[in-house]
Design a protein. Sequence first.
Length: 95
Amino acid sequence: MSPNFNSFNSAASFSDTIPAIDRTNIARIEITKAGERIVLNQDITPEQQELQDLGTWTIVEPFEARADLAGIRALLANFREASPIDARIDDDDLA
């Protein structure tokens, strides 16, 4: 079962941790901060999936370019284990 990050707007509806995420379940990454957005997409063959290879990652927003695989590995490594949430954002505070 995949975690539902859309429920983070209610303090009573989630724990104080982000659950561990299996990197083989991640095919798209969206990072937003103060109105800026970076989107990365994975292109992977069934053979690469079987070998647990990361395939090819591409930055698709704000421009198109091949993503740095070492950077992707480092980013995904942050989610191998559950992590404490150190900040919460209320939807009412977003502009």
